[in-house]
Ligand binder design. Structure first.
Ligand code: 5GP
Ligand code: MG
Length: 466
């Protein structure tokens, strides 16, 4: 998962960096800005959040930005890695950056690429050469070859372009004012820039923007159904973002409301407090509290300056970080029945630790509610849950997960209540039900099942061409 940004129209680079900060939650591994002056593209990249990117005090009329979440290639560990793994990338007249994950990069290319964004940039440049610089033709060729998720934004010969793969896995929105056009992963960027949100880029649509707010739209590829990633609504996107005409906050609130109904059906003892695990599950916890008429209390507080626990690779490191991630209001816990709400259980590290922490502080009972249904299958489209071994629900029944995390009850969202709460039919639910919307992803799955193996290595980074 990553964040992407594109700006056409004179804009100060320091302000562009400010806009990119609104996509920091989509990837805190590294970030980059690229700007064009004359015909020259210059980029500046940094490990961590965009506020660390150095930019000169100038304006540019073509700017790209990206925040990176490492689902292809390794984590960025040094300055040298920035050039290799972090977009935006420039190849000849073309610069671009993308959000998503290409699943067949290792099967269709003999060249070894470290990063799928660079792979797309090189492929697209080849296609442009073969098609006299015609972007729609180059994209038609790209879409027919490449499998996976890609929402991308780029600049080519003075124009800004945006493309969303035919399934529309990842979000991409745009807006125009008289002076500028902005394309971004989330609408909050447009709000901050004072540009009205026009709409989502349609799946399979290529948009080419020129000076003065001109726009050409090309339908490159249609898919009978779309496959929007449901996890954007559950976890990734900012609650203030509007995706496919829905405010993410409202979806999370509805997820909590239906989860409260599931809780009621379980006939458990009434909790004293509903407690969100900050920050994502707060709207859902509020909705559960309202529906159950139980007060919500923020008894678990986040140690804000710790950084990410999820992306850390070793379990020891993750455990150590998880232990220092939360602070607790001890005197509100003793003797209480607490209903904790989190957005998801992946490996179970967070849930197990929170239950233990609450019990250690004297909680009488801890119920654990999860706004996401059990994630039983790896994601090949850009969420870093790419092998079965990372997913406790892939091998463990719900009762056994409850036992493992030592909760007095475990309340999971169901698939149909999730879809209803999101209010879209066209969702990718592959990590819940194993129904992968693209061919190569299905092939990866089949071959792995035949081999009977899943390992620490990411499934889609193996070579399935042989
Ligand atoms: P677990 O501790 O079970 O491995 O992971 C669950 C926790 O990680 C939840 O609190 C959830 O908010 C968070 N989480 C789930 N998916 C992701 C992800 O893709 N990236 C990050 N950074 N956190 C995640
Ligand atoms: Mg969390």
């Amino acid at each position: 998962m990553c964040g992407v940004l594109g700006i056409l129209g004179n804009y100060p680079l320091t302000m562009a960096r400010g806009l990119l900060l609104l996509l920091a939650h989509r990837g805190q591994d590294a970030s980059g800005l690229l700007w064009v002056v004359g015909n020259e593209a210059t980029s500046s990249k940094s490990i961590g959040n965009p506020d660390r990117i150095f930019v000169p005090e100038i304006a540019s009329s073509q700017i790209l930005g990206s925040t990176r979440y490492p689902t292809t290639g390794k984590r960025v560990a040094s300055e040298e890695d920035l050039d290799t793994f972090v977009g935006p990338f420039n190849v000849g007249d073309l610069s671009l950056t993308h959000n998503g994950n290409i699943t067949n990069m290792h099967s269709i290319s003999n060249l070894k690429f470290d990063c799928d964004t660079e792979f797309i940039a090189v492929k697209l440049t080849q296609n442009l050469t073969e098609n006299n610089g015609n972007l729609p033709s180059a994209f038609s060729a790209l879409q027919s070859e490449v499998d996976g998720a890609f929402s991308l934004v780029g600049v080519y010969r003075g124009k800004l372009f945006a493309y969303r793969d035919s399934h529309g896995f990842k979000p991409l929105v745009f807006g125009r004012s008289k002076q500028k056009t902005i394309v971004a992963s989330e609408s909050t960027v447009l709000d901050m820039a004072g540009v009205p949100l026009e709409r989502d880029v349609y799946p399979g649509e290529l948009l080419i923007f020129g000076d003065g707010g001109t726009m050409e739209s090309y339908s490159i590829s249609q898919s009978l159904t779309h496959s929007h990633c449901f996890f954007e609504y559950v976890y990734f996107a900012h609650p203030a973002a509007t995706l496919e005409n829905q405010l993410v906050y409202d979806v999370r609130f509805r997820l909590g409301r239906v989860l409260a109904q599931t809780f009621l059906k379980m006939n458990l003892e009434r909790p004293d407090y509903v407690v969100p695990v900050p920050d994502t599950s707060r709207p859902a916890a509020q909705a559960m509290a309202e529906t159950l008429s139980v007060p919500m209390r923020e008894i678990i507080l986040k140690n804000r300056y710790l950084g990410r626990t999820f992306i850390v690779r070793s379990q020891e490191e993750r455990d150590a970080m998880a232990r220092s991630k939360y602070l607790y209001l001890d005197d509100k816990i003793r003797g209480k029945i607490i209903l904790v709400v989190d957005d998801s259980i992946v490996r179970g590290t967070t849930a197990k630790m929170i239950v233990a922490d609450l019990k250690k502080r004297g909680a009488a009972k801890v119920y654990f509610a999860v706004t996401c249904p059990p994630q039983t299958h790896p994601c090949y489209y850009g969420i870093d849950i790419s092998t079965d071994t990372e997913l406790i629900a892939s091998t463990t029944e719900i009762e056994a997960i409850a036992e493992y995390i030592e909760a007095d009850a475990l309340i999971y969202q169901e698939e149909h209540t999730l879809s209803n709460a999101i209010g879209l039919k066209d969702l990718c639910l592959a990590c819940l039900n194993g129904e992968y919307p693209t061919e190569h992803a299905r092939r990866i799955r089949e071959e792995l099942q035949e081999q009977g193996a899943s390992s620490i290595e990411r499934d889609y980074e193996r070579d399935f061409s042989k």
